[in-house]
Design a protein around this ligand. Structure first.
Ligand code: HEC
Ligand code: HEC
Length: 272
C-alpha cells in the first residue's frame, strides 16, 4: 500500500468510527431522556400553581369546584357515580403525583390518539373514559357543570406546563412482564394493605378507597389489568411507605386483588 492509499484508508476508518460514535451517542442520549431521568425532564422545574392564584371570578369558582370533584368524586359528583372512588384515589396528590398518572399538562397534550378507542380523542372524551370505567359511573354531559369544572381544574393545573411537553412521570412506571403468584399476594395484602383498605377490600371512606367490591372501579378500567395495577402499586403503595414492594411482590398482590369480585363494565358505554 502506498502512502496516499494508507492515508485514505485511515481517514475512512476514522470517519466510520466517528459515525458509530455519533450514532451510539445519540442512542444513549435518547435513552437518557426517558421518563425516569429527572435532570432532563421539563416536569422537574414545574411547581404547582398556588391556590392563591385562583381568581375570584366565575372561572375561579369553577376551578375550585373542579378540585373538590377531583378529590372527592363520590361526594361532589354523587349523582354520576355509585362508587366510593375519587379521581385522586388513582391520580394521587390531586392529580400531581408523578407515576400515579398525573393530569398536569393534559390540556395541552390532547387531542391525541387513543389505543382503546382506536381514534383521536379529546380531553373530555378521556375524562368520560375514566368516568364510565374507573368511576363505574355513567357518561356525564360534556357541557354540564361536572365536566366543565373538571376541565377548569385540569386546565389550571396545566397552566405553568410548557406546550406539548408531557409532565414528568406521565402515566405509570413500566414494569417487565412477570408471572404473579396470587397466594403470596394474599399474604402481602394482609400484612401491607389491609390496614388501610380493609380485610374485606372495602376501604374506609373518605380516606381509603375500596380496592374491590361493588363500590370499586369496574372490570373495564385500566387498573383491572394485573400489569397496570402492579405498576401503580409498586410505585405508589403502601401509601405511607411508597416503593417498599419489589416488582414481583407488586404483581403478586395485584393478582390477588384481580381475583376478587368487582362491578361489570356496562357495554352500552363502550365507545368511551
Ligand atoms: C381506578 C383508578 C382511576 C380513577 C378512579 C380515575 N382514573 Fe383516570 N386514569 C387511570 C389510569 C390507570 C389511566 C391511564 C394511565 C396509563 O395507562 O398510562 C388514567 C388516565 C386518565 C387521563 C389521561 C392521562 C394521560 O396521561 O393521558 C385523564 C385526563 C384522566 N385519567 C382523568 C380522570 C378523571 C378526571 C377522573 C375522575 C372523574 C379519573 N381519571 C378517575 C385511572 C383512574
Ligand atoms: C396508609 C394507608 C394505605 C396503605 C397501607 C395502602 N394503601 Fe392503597 N391507597 C391508599 C390511599 C390513601 C389511596 C388513594 C391514593 C393516594 O392518596 O395515594 C390508595 C389507593 C390505592 C389504589 C387505587 C385506588 C383503588 O381504590 O383501587 C390501589 C389499587 C391500592 N391503593 C392498592 C394498595 C395495595 C395493593 C396496598 C398494599 C401493598 C396498599 N394499597 C396499601 C392508602 C393506603
Amino acid at each position: 500500500m502506498n502512502r496516499t492509499k494508507t492515508i485514505l484508508v485511515c481517514s475512512g476508518l476514522t470517519l466510520a468510527l466517528y459515525t458509530v460514535a455519533i450514532v451510539v451517542g445519540l442512542t444513549v442520549n435518547d435513552l437518557s431522556s426517558g421518563k425516569d431521568d429527572l435532570s432532563r425532564s421539563p416536569g422537574r422545574a414545574w411547581q404547582p400553581p398556588s391556590s392563591m392564584s385562583i381568581p375570584s371570578t366565575p372561572r375561579g369558582d369553577s376551578i375550585r369546584r373542579g378540585a373538590l370533584i377531583f378529590d372527592e368524586t363520590p361526594i361532589y359528583a354523587s349523582k354520576d357515580t355509585p362508587s366510593k372512588i375519587s379521581c385522586s384515589s388513582c391520580h394521587a396528590g390531586g392529580g400531581m403525583q408523578p407515576f400515579a398518572s398525573p393530569v398536569v399538562g393534559m390540556t395541552k397534550l390532547f387531542p391525541m390518539f387513543n389505543a382503546r378507542a382506536g381514534r383521536v380523542i379529546s380531553l373530555p372524551d378521556r375524562i368520560e373514559e375514566c368516568f364510565v370505567r374507573s368511576e363505574n359511573g355513567q357518561p356525564i354531559p360534556y357541557s354540564g357543570a361536572t365536566m366543565q369544572d373538571l376541565l377548569a381544574y385540569i386546565g389550571w393545573l396545566s397552566t405553568p406546563q410548557p406546550d406539548h411537553q408531557p409532565y414528568h412521570g406521565r402515566g405509570l412506571i413500566s414494569l417487565p412482564l412477570l408471572t404473579p403468584n396470587p397466594t403470596h399476594g394474599q399474604n402481602i395484602y394482609a400484612t401491607q394493605c389491609a390496614g388501610c383498605h380493609g380485610t374485606d377490600g372495602q376501604g374506609r371512606a373518605p380516606l381509603f378507597p375500596p380496592v374491590w367490591g361493588p363500590m370499586s372501579f369496574n372490570d373495564g378500567a385500566g387498573l383491572d389489568s394485573i400489569q397496570k395495577m402492579a405498576a401503580f402499586v409498586q410505585h405508589n403503595m403502601p401509601q405511607n411507605r411508597m416503593g417498599i414492594l419489589s416488582p414481583q411482590e407488586a404483581y403478586d398482590v395485584a393478582a390477588f386483588i384481580h381475583a376478587q369480585p368487582r362491578p361489570a363494565f356496562n357495554n352500552a358505554y363502550k365507545k368511551f
